[in-house]
Ligand binder design. Structure first.
Ligand SMILES: [Zn+2]
Length: 212
């Protein structure tokens, strides 16, 4: 069952006009006054209505997926003073010199605020991991202890694996959003045109009735 909840204001406005003409078509059909022109108009309205709801549903699904992706980073933030997490309250977002966004917290025990040292979203996390892995590789090349070297190599392999899993997911979402934006423009243009057309048709119906 289609729902208006996903519709944007311009889509809702058009739906109101569509409803007006659909109701009128029903009334005209009952009195046997439905013309070919009006039937065609009603068909066009129905097609657009279907298209509108499909588009709105698709948009909601893509944006919902995007939002869930945005939140996949599980933060294990700890207060830098007491080293605990139980009294932390998220109180904002900070952007660092790389443009990466991180959450800021307040520890109610220590009454201190701090910015967590990792990004809060997977896009910035992927960039963060790359930089972090480069540093780690550099450290590994200077490391003389073989055991430590093996340890770093394992950590690097794990991070590479996460990165390889994350990258395609992010790319698909980016592509989906780009395609959605393009479609959105197309739909907005069509809605605008059709709305104006229906408004004019509606005005035409508003003829002067001579009271005499
Ligand atoms: Zn604390």
């Amino acid at each position: 069952m289609p729902t208006n909840a996903n519709l944007k204001p311009n889509e809702r406005e058009l739906m109101k006009l569509i409803r007006f003409f659909s109701k009128r078509a029903v009334a005209l059909a009952q009195t046997g006054e439905l013309t070919e022109d009006h039937s065609q108009l009603t068909n066009a309205c129905q097609n657009l209505e279907t298209q509108l709801y499909m588009h709105a549903e698709n948009r909601a699904a893509i944006l919902d997926k995007r939002e869930r992706l945005q939140r996949i980073i599980e933060e294990n933030a700890q207060c830098p003073k007491c080293g605990k997490a139980d009294m932390l309250k998220k109180n904002g977002v900070a952007t660092n010199e790389h443009g990466w966004k991180s959450n800021t917290y307040r520890c109610r025990r220590c009454n201190t605020t701090f910015t967590w040292n990792r990004p809060n979203n997977p896009w910035h996390m992927a960039e963060f991991l790359e930089v972090y892995m480069k540093q780690l590789e550099e450290n590994a090349s200077k490391e003389v202890n073989e055991e430590v070297q093996a340890h770093i190599a394992q950590a690097l392999a794990n991070m590479q694996e996460s990165l390889d899993r994350l990258r395609p997911v992010l790319q698909i979402s980016d592509e989906e959003v780009a395609a959605l934006e393009e479609k959105e423009l197309e739909m907005d243009k069509m809605i605008h045109q059709f709305k104006n057309y229906l408004l004019i048709e509606k005005i035409k119906l508003d003829t002067w009735q001579d009271p005499k």
